[in-house]
Design a protein around this ligand. Structure first.
Ligand code: KIV
Ligand code: NA
Length: 270
């Protein structure tokens, strides 16, 4: 395709083709996935992955905007979605609209993502009615880590009904898709079958309508921990450490720079 899909195009992929997505935080990473992924998410995971925070709670609007602008510069054929950070939308629909509009205006993102199910339905409807496409995010919602009591699997046993109700509520409210994070595969499959909008799985099910991973996780760049649901497609972290050690050895042995890396003096008159 020549241009990036729009939220409606992503919605229309349900039942037609699996939706491919990754997070992105920088221009070069965005360029690597441009035209390959259907959408790229500037996730608030940026706080943990690139800034060394130990949760996503410390991520600010300013951080999201800077990374959103960087990612936007690398995308022409992949849709940009941006996370609303903790504290920027929960208070009221009006607060959510002001911050969503700012994120879209300053980054060019086509849609925002926010965490929450039934309790965010009113806000989702408010945003959608005012021109802000919303991707919802239910199951393990990392911004609520302190009330969820840890990064554990959500929706097991009788909790499953609550998650199903959340999925239906965000779909009814007008979300164009919903991320399902870390829940039993059987529940993810039931939700995918029950709602008219695409489900984007992370630690969910192979039969979700799409998948997402944190790009630094799947490249093996982020190695502080590896959730079970991450598949590593590369070992860039190990490769990078080895490269840095090789560089240090070269410098200490005066092997770098080599003749091909240095400049000769110019001949007189040139
Ligand atoms: O912030 C993030 O990276 C996310 C995805 C993992 C869905 O929200
Ligand atoms: Na996120």
């Amino acid at each position: 395709r020549k241009t990036a899909p729009l939220p409606d195009d992503i919605r229309a992929m349900k039942g037609a083709a699996p939706i491919v997505s990754l997070t992105a935080y920088t221009t070069p990473m965005a360029r690597m996935m441009d035209g390959v992924c259907d959408f790229a998410l500037v996730g608030d995971s940026v706080g943990m992955v690139l800034h060394g925070l130990n949760s996503t709670l410390g991520v600010t609007m300013e951080m999201m905007i800077l990374h959103g602008q960087a990612v936007a510069r690398g995308l022409t054929k992949t849709m940009l979605v941006i996370d609303m950070p903790f504290g920027s939308y929960e208070e009221s629909p009006a607060q959510a609209f002001a911050n969503a509009a700012r994120l879209m205006r300053e980054t060019g993102a086509a849609a925002v993502k926010l965490e929450g199910g039934r309790h965010m339905a009113e806000t989702i409807a408010f945003l959608v009615a005012r021109g802000v496409p919303v991707m919802a995010h239910i199951g393990l919602t990392p911004q609520s880590i302190n009330t969820l009591g840890g990064y554990k699997v959500q929706g097991r046993a009788e909790q499953g009904d609550a998650l199903m109700a959340d999925a239906k509520a965000v779909a009814d409210a007008g979300a164009f898709s919903v991320v399902l994070e870390k829940l039993p595969a059987s529940l993810a499959d039931r939700i995918t079958a029950a709602i008219p909008i695409p489900t984007i799985g992370i630690g969910a099910s192979v039969d979700c309508d799409g998948q997402i991973l944190v790009v630094d996780d799947m490249l093996g760049l982020f190695t502080a921990f590896k959730p079970k649901f991450v598949k590593r497609y590369a070992t860039l972290g190990e490769d990078g450490e080895a490269a840095i050690r090789a560089y240090a050895d070269d410098v200490r042995a005066r092997r770098f720079p080599g003749p091909e890396h240095i400049f000769a003096d110019k001949a007189p008159g040139q």
